[in-house]
Design a protein around this ligand. Structure first.
Ligand SMILES: CC(C)(COP(=O)(O)OP(=O)(O)OC[C@H]1O[C@@H](n2cnc3c(N)ncnc32)[C@H](O)[C@@H]1OP(=O)(O)O)[C@@H](O)C(=O)NCCC(=O)NCCS
Length: 371
């Protein structure tokens, strides 16, 4: 294989919301809701809502805070949704702006500029619009020639994006590809749903993937990769272009992210651990050769379970770093953000794995070796 992760870049919104802030807002909403429906609750016609708790959130998920594009809107109990100011067609759109910032950092880190890049892949859970594609807008904003396209594979968007870039490099279609994963997820979340109101955070991450011949011995060689999907309704969003045509129109709440978290947990952990071990076998790799696993960041307990199955022993925080405390679940960006933040301390020849998993179900493995 001849592709290399040459560099990475990250963008975060300026504002972050702590569990305590989020829970205070949710509980104020619940108090208001229960008071408003007191008679119906008394008659048994409406179910009272239960309060949320920071302790539960941290223990059940590992999340302590999340970045958001608009803290005020999220914490306004009459709204509980981030505000996004509409932009004119000649302004850079929000998602492209986030992607461009992350991409610029990746280019700067590698000492590259637009002329060095042949293609842009924008791979994320949802796109701000369908066309013109976000990738083409990002490509234009950066001044890159060549081509760009969007793709979505939910929480595996990042790894599927990398693997598409690797395929293009191996077939000779491109020598250098920017994979950009802007995940603006807080607008996709129902902040009035106790089961999920704490889950997501906003971020953008970018990776510059280069042919080994141009990488100059720098970066992380990709030594194995694999993709997997298996249909499941346990994580779902029914948001889509047909919503406006549907009769009766779906309630706004029905267009948000929903999940059966416990089922996801139970089904996805063994599926992913099995995939990683089988991929390692196919690529001639052994668990004890893995210095670090940069796993998808949805839930700390899921990561502990997957990492323990893969290593076959207890492991240190350094061997499976977690970024959930600061970022929460950033969907397709999570494992790439973990890599971006925690790739120091590797000697040439040492190996690791970037692995995503989530809705679809979908999972992607990218095995790397430090050059
Ligand atoms: C969502 C998730 C954190 C919930 O954790 P969990 O341990 O499964 O919690 P459960 O949903 O089983 O709920 C346990 C209890 O906590 C309660 N609870 C749920 N949300 C709560 C909240 N915000 N505050 C306080 N209690 C809460 C439940 O009502 C339940 O109470 P009960 O036992 O009396 O019925 C966890 O299931 C998860 O992360 N799953 C994987 C999700 C995933 O990877 N998704 C991918 C998305 S891209």
């Amino acid at each position: 294989m001849s592709a290399v992760i040459r560099s990475t870049g990250l963008w975060t919104p300026e504002e972050s919301v702590s569990n305590d802030e989020l829970v205070a807002c949710y509980n104020a909403y619940v108090e208001h809701y229960n008071a408003e429906h007191a008679d119906a609750i008394e008659r048994g016609a409406v179910e009272a809502k239960n309060p949320s708790s920071s302790g539960f959130i941290e223990k059940a998920s590992g999340i302590k805070s999340r970045y958001t594009i608009d803290k005020e809107g999220v914490l306004d109990i009459t709204r509980m949704r981030p505000r996004a100011k509409p932009r004119a067609n000649d302004e850079l759109s929000l998602m492209a702006e986030a992607g461009v910032a992350a991409a610029k950092e990746a280019l700067e880190t590698a000492g590259r500029d637009a002329a060095d890049v042949d293609a842009v892949i924008c791979s994320a859970t949802s796109m701000q619009r369908t066309y013109p594609s976000m990738a083409i807008e990002i490509q234009d904003a950066l001044g890159i020639e060549g081509f760009g396209f969007d793709m979505t594979v939910a929480c595996s968007s990042g790894t599927f994006g990398i693997i598409n870039a690797v395929n293009m490099i191996e077939t000779g279609m491109a020598k250098s590809v920017l994979v950009v994963t802007p995940e603006i997820t807080t607008p996709q979340l129902n902040f009035r749903d106790r089961d999920s109101h704490f889950i997501f955070g906003d971020v953008a991450v970018a990776m510059l993937i280069e042919h080994e011949d141009v990488a100059g011995g720098q970066g992380w060689k990709i030594i194995g990769r694999n993709l997997m999907t298996k249909f499941s309704n346990n994580i779902r969003s029914n948001f889509g272009f047909l919503n406006a045509s549907e009769e009766p129109a779906p309630a706004f709440e029905d267009r948000y992210f929903v999940q059966e978290g416990r089922k996801v947990f139970k089904e996805v952990c063994p599926m992913v651990a099995e995939m990683i071990l089988s991929d390692m076998g196919n690529f001639g790799l052994k668990p004890d050769q893995m210095k670090r696993l940069w796993l998808h960041q949805a839930n700390i307990n899921m990561n502990m379970m997957v990492a323990k199955k893969v290593f076959g022993r207890d492991f240190t925080e350094d061997e499976a770093p977690v970024i959930l405390d600061e970022f929460a679940n950033t969907a397709g960006a999570g494992s790439l953000v973990a890599f971006h933040r925690h790739h120091d301390g590797f000697e040439a020849g040492e190996k690791g794995l970037i692995c995503s998993f989530g809705a679809g179900y979908s999972a992607g493995t990218v095995f790397v070796e430090k050059l």
